[in-house]
Design a binder for this molecule. Structure first.
Ligand code: ADP
Ligand code: MG
Length: 699
């Protein structure tokens, strides 16, 4: 039967209602078009044969020519299995099937030449393959492909026949019964010409049934380009539409006493980078269009003061502002440093967290609603229903990636009638490629310079043998009036173990640093916020010499007098996290140190992480390395947002394609933002049509 692109998958021979439902439920594939957009993720070279003796890599796939010399069913009941022995001129390998093997018993003949394909399992010197494919020489016709596609699948799908072989069979059915010419082109001809891309119809045939290596490479190139290009085009158009649509509060004047603050009360001269970023923000605030800006700046680059200036600008125009921070500790720090900065001009700010209750809380809420309170600082407690502003004009969000999109939206909705301006601050240096994909529809400002007179932090890698030396050094620094952080890692995400680990470290520490004369703060996630705060405060005020902590201090904490950051079990931390932690020191004028303690036996990745840390302090280089080592998945906490659910492109590997795609998308949106030009009609359709988007992503 002839198939159409919109035929339900159940119409395909070999699918039917039950397996159709499976595909619908597991992958969201409902019609033929979505199925053919389900791509293989790699290919196997079927012309290559390996001698059994040369197959030496565990878990690798091999194709072998030889003969079955033995076949026997073993075991009873659920333990029943089929065991075979396969031989070539170099050696033998064991084959095992645990189920569905009756047809092999029926079909296989000993001592006849067969080809075998499967994943090698090495157990000592013993070689075996479970559920290998055997080619008995009869089914060659339909799948005599040199490059055999491997499809993403899950255990559940594979059990019901949708392993790679199953997908291949179905794709074969589809392409037997469909005329590839019905597959529409999705990119305008001028783009195909410009980049010399093959047609979509060719690509869809070729991605499933590759002709040769070269054309497969071109096919993949086109599909990756298309995916990244449409993603960028969509983002840039969204940004355009948002700007066109969303009026923002115009804020154009700087009055007494705010003007005086800018002119006289800044505690230091802004760096050129801070000034540049503030000017970008200011232009947004004046523009009458709602601001959505990401302020990106490495740890210690001085984002706080820039945010404060933006807030004062908004307040000078009669609006209220707030800062939302991801943790209590951070909110408290912001509150303290802002209160101090604002002393000379006597602007009130208040701290609101879930621990602030009763009359104090009521008082804050009242002054907020009346409009008397201009600056509210807090945690996610700010998004609660009861928190009502009189005239919210600017929202500052610190460390964006910790808040969900929904939480942010709740905060935005507290401003009426227009959305407030939004400034998001992040210290996570995001590599350009990732930023392009994640925040493609935010304007981005980068503070790419540290305040002057910062000495580079010296980073050292110590193993246990040097612990004595480390403690001697700490004593010397403490004697000179400096303070020290010691950070312990999260262990298997168990808070309990975490604290045990920290307790043990603390006990050991006491042998070298008895109380008195030494004073030590201990901070971890289990402490009540009040205690956490008082412990933090003791360190901030300089009462304690050492702060022993879990990673709760990772973000934001600012104690310029601290000069040593010791990171225990450094091999357990990710690169970005190490960098964030190191950023807690080197904030004053003194020489600072970061000591990475680790065991002697490090994995390749851990070695690479520690080496990178010792070599550079540049947050962007570190983020690039992190992306390389980890892949983009964990970097951002945005997985659920769907932005990075790419089907075929890879943010790390395909950077050049991404840049080209971004450039093209920018040029098009600049000239024809609403895609009204006849040449761009295909693109317009494509952006409006989501049915072919991401038919299923396997988590
Ligand atoms: P981050 O970007 O990590 O949030 P902060 O805003 O906490 O950085 O600033 C780090 C430290 O640098 C603070 O102690 C701050 O007072 C100081 N600082 C910020 N800007 C400057 C500047 N232009 N000159 C000197 N010190 C500055
Ligand atoms: Mg900060």
């Amino acid at each position: 039967m002839a198939l159409k692109l919109d035929s339900p998958i159940e119409y395909i021979k070999g699918v039917g209602p039950q397996r159709g439902k499976l595909l619908r439920d597991a992958l969201g594939i409902t019609v033929v078009e979505e199925l053919i957009n389900y791509y293989p993720f790699r290919y196997i070279d079927k012309t290559k044969f390996t001698l059994i003796d040369d197959a030496k890599q565990d878990s690798q796939f091999y194709q072998i020519k030889g003969r079955l010399i033995h076949l026997e069913e073993k075991g009873f009941g659920r333990a029943k299995r089929l065991i075979g022995e396969f031989e070539d001129e170099s050696g033998t390998i064991e084959l095992i099937w645990f189920q569905n093997y009756q047809w092999i018993l029926d079909k296989a003949v000993l001592q006849i030449p067969y080809t075998l394909f499967g994943r090698l399992k090495l157990t000592g010197y013993q070689k075996s393959m479970a559920h290998p494919e055997i080619n008995f020489g009869t089914e060659q016709s339909q799948q005599a492909l040199r490059w055999e596609p491997v499809y993403p699948s899950t255990e559940k799908l594979a059990q019901r026949g949708f392993d790679s072989r199953g997908f291949r069979k179905i794709m074969f059915q589809v392409f037997q019964n469909i005329n590839p010419h019905v597959i529409d082109e999705t990119l305008p001809a001028y783009i195909l010409d410009k980049f010399k891309l093959p047609s979509r119809a060719d690509c869809l045939v070729n991605i499933h049934f590759p002709k040769d290596e070269q054309s497969l490479a071109r096919t993949r190139q086109r599909l990756k380009f298309e995916e990244l290009f449409l993603m960028q085009l969509r983002m840039l158009q969204n940004m355009y539409l948002r700007k066109k649509k969303s009026r923002g509060y115009p804020m154009d004047q700087l009055l007494f006493p705010y003007k005086e603050f800018f002119e006289q009360h800044l505690p230091f001269a802004l760096t050129a980078a801070q000034l540049k970023v503030f000017n970008e923000i200011k232009a947004d605030l004046i523009s009458g269009v709602q601001m959505n800006r990401l302020m990106q700046g490495d740890v210690g680059s001085g984002k706080t003061i820039v945010a404060l200036l933006a807030m004062l600008w908004a307040i000078s125009n009669g609006y209220q502002t707030c800062i939302m921070a991801p943790t209590e500790v951070l909110a408290m720090q912001h509150f303290q440093s802002l209160s101090e900065l604002l002393l000379p001009i006597q602007i009130n700010c208040a701290l609101l967290t879930s621990n602030i209750k009763g009359t104090e809380r009521n008082q804050i809420l009242k002054t907020l609603e009346s409009g008397d309170l201009k600056i509210l600082i807090g945690t996610h407690a700010l998004i609660e229903e009861s928190v009502r502003f009189q005239k919210l004009g600017l929202v500052v969000i610190d460390e964006q990636h910790r808040f969900g999109v929904e939480q942010r939206a709740k905060l935005w909705n507290k401003a009426k009638p227009l959305l407030p301006h939004v400034l998001v601050m992040t210290a996570t240096p995001i590599p350009r490629t990732l930023a392009m994909s994640l925040y493609g529809d935010l304007d981005v400002s980068v503070i790419d310079q540290l305040p002057p007179n910062r000495k580079p932090i010296r980073t050292l890698h110590f193993t246990e043998a040097l612990r004595g030396k480390l403690y001697e050094f700490m004593k010397k620094q403490i004697a000179e009036g400096r303070q020290v952080y010691i950070v312990f890692p999260l262990i298997e995400e168990s808070e309990k173990l975490d604290i045990e680990n920290l307790d043990m470290g603390y006990e050991k520490l006491l042998e070298y640093f008895p109380i008195p004369p030494y004073q030590i703060s201990v901070v971890h996630g289990r402490l009540r916020p009040k205690d956490k705060e008082s412990e933090m405060q003791r360190f901030v005020k300089g009462t304690t010499h050492i702060m022993v902590a879990t990673t709760v201090i990772e973000v934001g904490v600012n104690v310029p007098n601290a000069s040593i950051m010791v990171i225990e079990n450094a091999e357990r931390f990710g690169l970005s996290q190490l960098h964030q932690l190191r950023g807690r020191v080197g904030r004053g004028a003194d020489q600072s140190y970061c000591v990475l303690m680790s065991s002697n036996h490090l994995s390749k990745d851990a070695t690479e992480r520690i080496r990178t840390m010792c070599q550079t302090q540049d947050g962007f280089l570190i983020a690039e390395a992190d992306l390389r080592l980890r892949g983009p998945g964990d970097l951002d906490g945005t997985r659920q947002s769907g932005l990075l659910e790419l089907k075929i492109a890879d943010i790390v590997e395909d950077q050049p394609i991404l840049y080209a795609a971004r450039k093209l998308a920018e040029a098009i949106i600049r000239k024809d933002p609403e895609l009204k030009h006849p040449l761009n009609v295909l693109l317009k359709h494509r952006l409006n049509d989501h049915t072919t988007e991401n038919p299923g992503v396997i988590a």
